[in-house]
Each structure stands twice: as C-alpha cells, then as structure tokens.
Design a protein around this ligand. Structure first.
Ligand SMILES: [Zn+2]
Length: 338
C-alpha cells in the first residue's frame, strides 16, 4: 500500500504523544488501490464552550505546502505541549485541533480535486454573487478544474469529514478561529476572512477589525495581508462559508472567524521561474531552503493565535458601541473600494 509522508508524520505524533492528544480518523479517502485516513488531532480541554483554535490543510491536494505547513505547526505544537508549562496551563482553558490532510489522495496524486474530480472548496451548497465562469465553481464535468459536484448530491466524503470534524470542535465554543492553509495566489501571504461567496460584509467584520488591530499592535512588522476572500473573486460552494453560516445561524453570540492562509506562491515562482514547468511548481516552494523557510514561516502566527484565542477579553469581547465603531472602520478599510 502506498504511503504519504504527511500522514506518516501525523501517525508518529499520535504514537509519541500518548494521552496528551485525542486522535480520530474522520474518514478514509479511497480510490482504486489507495486508502488514506483523514486524521483529526485535538489538544486541551474537552469543555464544549472553551475557546478553540483549529488548523486545517491539504484541501487542495496540489497545494501540498498547505498540508506540510499544517503538519509542521502540529510538530512544533506537539513538542511545546510536552515541556512548555505556560502552554499546558493555557490548554486547561482552551482547545487546539489539527486536520492536516483533508484530501490525502489529492496530495498523493498532485491533483487539486478529490478522487472523484470534485473541488472540495466548491462543493458546499452555497451560491455566490457573480463568480467568474469555471474558476468560481461549475457543474459541467469533473474533467475541468473547479467542479462542484452534482446538484443536490450530498457533500463529498472528504468535505463532509472536514465539516463534521470542525463542527464537533467549535459547536458550542464561545470563540473559535480556524486557519485553512492554501497556496497559489499572489506575491504575499494573505489571511482571508469570509465571505468567499459575496462582497457583502460578513456579520463578524467588527471582530475581524479588532483581530487585525491586535495583530498590527503586537507584530507591527508582520507580513500578512488581511482582507476579505471575495475581494479576489467570489466562489460558489466554499466550505468555510458553509460552516460559518451553519454556526452563525445557531450560535449568534459565539464568534467564529474561519481564516484562510493563502500563501503567496508567486514569490517562489519569481525566485525560480523554471519550476512553472513542473506539475506542482506553481503552488509549492520546490527548492530546499525556500521550502524549509516556508515551513517555519508561520510559527509566530500560531503563537499569536494561541494567545489571542486564549485571551479574548482584550479584543473579542466588544461593547455594542465599540462593535459598531469597528464595523464602520472595517467597512472603510476593506469594502469601500468595491
Ligand atoms: Zn487552495
């Protein structure tokens, strides 16, 4: 049976962590002779209402660096858990989870889509305003990228596993942030916030503004560009739009920020243009030192997020006045140009 390095690393972690981690196989992704587990690893308190931070990767198999970065964060986090008393205390009051390889067969075969040719980030029953043709999601054929799957069909197995895994962690949480790692766009690393489906502001933009202020104050030299995902283009079927809407419909007072880390892959292409001729060259840093640098590049973000989620008093508990003020500022900062 073929194996996948990222899954081997996850399994080694599960074995070495023992009772420090709760691990679960959300589903097995299968195709012909391939069968890979989709793991979820969860650390910290099981209190359903505790704040939660989640890392997800490998949704688009071709963007393998997303899975690799998520595993790299898991590796560092797993080491810290064994010796960092501060983190151990923090985890008594919060939870951190990882789903590093949502689409393992896509990673193995270097395809964007799942084994049935469906783009998982176009698969949810969510309709967009004015998406670009094809790229924004379509239902013509699974031979063309960005295929949404058949109208009315249930979620694809991998998408359903991810949704179930995330919802089981955040359902009653009083504050949740997730980071889904992708690559393939732009010269800069972006932190995208919802919606993907529309340029209308999503209900939590005041909170995003507050989050962004906290990031700017704490790490003024950070390199992320924080912006609404739909500012680039709108897409049908985004799984995070779907999870967000389901969560917000039930838990209006429990903020949830699903972020997408879109790594600026054009940086790698600019430095090494020849890699465009490799099948995965447009989406991944192929040269050793650049790859290593990418794997360690987001450690500060993880540490910041752990602190932000575990200390919501400072930025996430806004008075109605402050909330209204931040919403106006967010409108100006992110939406005025559209
Ligand atoms: Zn992607």
């Amino acid at each position: 049976m073929p194996s996948l390095l990222e899954i081997e690393q996850v399994e080694q972690r599960i074995a070495s962590l023992g009772s420090a981690v709760r691990s679960e196989v959300l589903a097995y992704s299968e195709s012909r002779d391939l069968r890979f587990p989709i793991y979820k690893l969860s650390f910290g308190t099981t209190d359903p209402q505790a704040p939660v931070l989640g890392f997800v990767g490998g949704v688009h198999g071709l963007e393998r660096i997303g899975a690799q970065v998520t595993v790299a964060l898991l590796n560092s986090f797993s080491e810290l858990v064994t010796w960092d008393k501060g983190l151990q205390r923090t985890l008594e009051h919060m939870r951190v989870f990882f789903i590093p390889t949502v689409n393992p067969i896509g990673i193995y075969r270097k395809t964007r889509s799942n084994p049935r040719g469906v783009d998982l980030m176009r698969n949810a029953p969510v309709e967009a305003d004015h998406p670009p043709r094809l790229l924004g999601g379509h239902r013509y054929t699974n031979k063309i990228a960005w295929y949404r799957g058949e109208l009315g069909a249930p979620l694809e197995l991998e998408a359903e596993a991810m949704v179930r895994g995330v919802e089981s962690e955040i359902a009653e949480s009083r504050l949740a942030i997730t980071v889904d790692s992708h690559s393939g766009f732009g010269l800069q690393d972006r932190l995208w916030f919802p919606y993907a489906k529309t340029l209308k502001p999503f209900p939590e933009i005041g909170l995003v503004y507050s989050f962004n202020q906290l990031l700017e104050r704490t790490y003024p030299h950070h390199f992320y560009r924080v912006e609404p995902q739909a500012g680039t283009y709108t897409t049908h079927g985004d799984l995070w739009d779907y999870i967000y809407e389901r969560h917000h419909g039930v838990e209006r007072n429990k903020p949830f920020l699903p972020l997408c880390l879109e790594m600026g892959s054009w940086m790698w292409l600019k430095k090494n243009p020849w890699q465009i001729f490799k099948s995965d060259g447009a989406f991944n840093p192929l040269i050793g030192h650049r790859h290593k640098r990418t794997l360690r590049r987001h450690n500060t973000l993880m540490e910041f997020l752990i602190r932000a989620v575990s200390s919501p008093e400072e930025w996430a508990q806004l008075t109605p006045q402050r909330s209204a003020e931040y919403e106006n500022k967010a409108q100006e900062l992110w939406y005025a140009k559209y």
